[in-house]
Design a protein around this ligand. Structure first.
Ligand code: T4K
Length: 399
């Protein structure tokens, strides 16, 4: 049954969901298989440092991605830092501001300046034309981000990188099991970095990986993630601790066995949202290219306030009052967060598309923990909110 405007929690009705419905609820594979692996890890008393589960997980990842090397790590932020260092990036590196702050921090942490580049408003990804304009004598590389798992024009960026002799790597945190046509993400640039954080399509609790077809780079990254150790007592390189533990690898192996089910659930949910929301005024769902592989993890809605009658923030407020914890990714954009806000106070002037999108985009709950019936209810709330837009606006502005 559809929610009537008068029933909205904002106006004293009870919330549509008794429990909070989160964006980012983890996908979990077969619990029994995971627990059996956990018992084996405990019995064998080998918990970290390139154990058999990590080795097996890396092999399976290479097979799935069709890539020569996949080095798993404790999280994607450390993986980005290590990859950046292994590629010897310095000076300035061009990145989008429309990304999770870890992309920029991984550079700044190593005293490399992230130069924020604007995005294409259609794809939400780096605009190659803008990239080229930002290249200076200090530029050493480009980091593309496959936002929402949609490839960020990797071939166009590769051409620019070749022309200017720059290194090219990708933050593929969102793009596990995605492809550009027949080529899997993981095979572009010098290397690509995946996140296996709990909130991602595929998780190892915390985790990440660097995928590369460059054997020499892989060797260097392997050394760097293990303090630079080459065998016992022999340190041959500067390094840190980026290792993944065995429990995370067991979670990864278990998750890989259910990958198809995760995608099926995500796609079914995404299509349910699409059918319901695309007919509403002022709402646009980010689309996925059916000729490529997608994980359908992100249900991204752009809210055009003039047509919808509510701003994105007003709609998020309504949803949250109903216990639907929709999120404003990537609000407010890296350039408006510290230390970048202070360091580059005028950055917004050359980021008009980023500025506009950070005001319009919201992400809705998806994943195996979300049912079609719940999605119908989320859509009922959105529909009722738009029908009741003037009253909601008046109410929220008075608060
Ligand atoms: N590059 C990009 C483009 C990224 O998106 C990320 C991570 C990275 C790099 C770095 O990857 P990692 O170093 O993390 O591997 C979350 C995640 O912490 C972060 O991993 C993720 N991006 C980012 C987009 O989202 P928050 O601050 O939004 O997390 P939080 O605690 O608000 O959780 C998000 C939602 O998920 C909440 O509604 C609660 C729900 N949740 C969360 C956890 C941890 C659960 O239901 N269960 C859980 O276990 O950053």
């Amino acid at each position: 049954m559809k929610l009537k405007p008068g029933q909205l929690a904002l106006f004293g009705g009870s919330p549509a969901f008794a429990e909070k419905l989160h964006v980012g609820k983890p996908n979990v594979g077969d619990t029994g298989r995971f627990l059996r692996r956990t018992k084996d890890i405990l019995d064998r008393r080998w918990f970290s440092n390139n154990g058999i589960y990590v080795q097996q997980f890396e092999k399976e990842l290479c097979k799935l991605l069709g890539v020569k090397n996949c080095i798993v790590m404790c999280n994607a932020t450390v993986a980005l830092e290590i990859a950046i260092r292994a590629l010897e990036l310095k000076g300035e590196v061009i990145v989008p501001s429309f990304t999770f702050v870890a992309t920029a921090h991984a550079l700044q942490w190593q005293e490399i300046t992230p130069v924020f580049c604007d995005i294409d408003p259609e794809t939400h990804n780096l605009d190659p034309k803008c990239v080229e304009k930002l290249i200076t004598k200090r530029t050493t590389g480009i980091i593309g981000v496959h936002v929402w798992g949609r490839p960020c024009a990797p071939e166009a960026l590769a051409k620019i990188a070749r022309r200017h002799k720059l290194k090219l790597m990708f933050d593929a945190a969102h793009a596990f099991a995605c492809s550009q046509g027949k080529k899997m993400i993981g095979n572009f640039g010098q290397c690509e970095v995946f996140s296996f954080h709990a909130t991602k399509f595929f998780n190892t609790f915390e985790g990440g990986a660097v995928a590369t077809n460059d054997d020499a780079l892989a060797k260097k990254i392997r050394l760097m993630k293990n303090f630079g150790f080459s065998g016992y007592d022999n340190v041959i390189y500067i390094g840190t601790n980026g290792k993944m533990n065995e429990l995370s690898a067991a979670m990864g192996l278990t998750g890989l066995e259910s990958l198809k089910d995760f995608i099926t659930a995500n796609k079914r949910n995404y299509q349910t949202y699409r059918r319901r929301l695309e007919r509403l005024p002022g709402l646009t769902l980010a689309a996925y290219d059916e000729k490529s592989k997608n994980n359908f993890h992100y249900v991204i809605v752009e809210v055009d306030a003039a047509k919808a009658g509510l701003t994105r923030d007003e709609l998020v407020a309504v949803l949250q009052s109903e216990n639907v914890l929709a999120r404003r990714y990537f609000y407010p954009g890296c350039h408006r967060m510290e230390p970048y806000r202070t360091e580059f106070p005028k950055a917004h002037l050359h980021l008009p598309n980023t500025e506009a999108l950070t005001q319009k985009v919201m992400s809705l709950p998806n994943g195996t923990a979300v049912s079609v019936a719940q999605i119908q209810k989320v859509c009922d709330i959105i529909e009722a909110a738009l029908q009741n837009a003037p009253a909601i606006r008046k109410y929220l502005r008075r608060r």
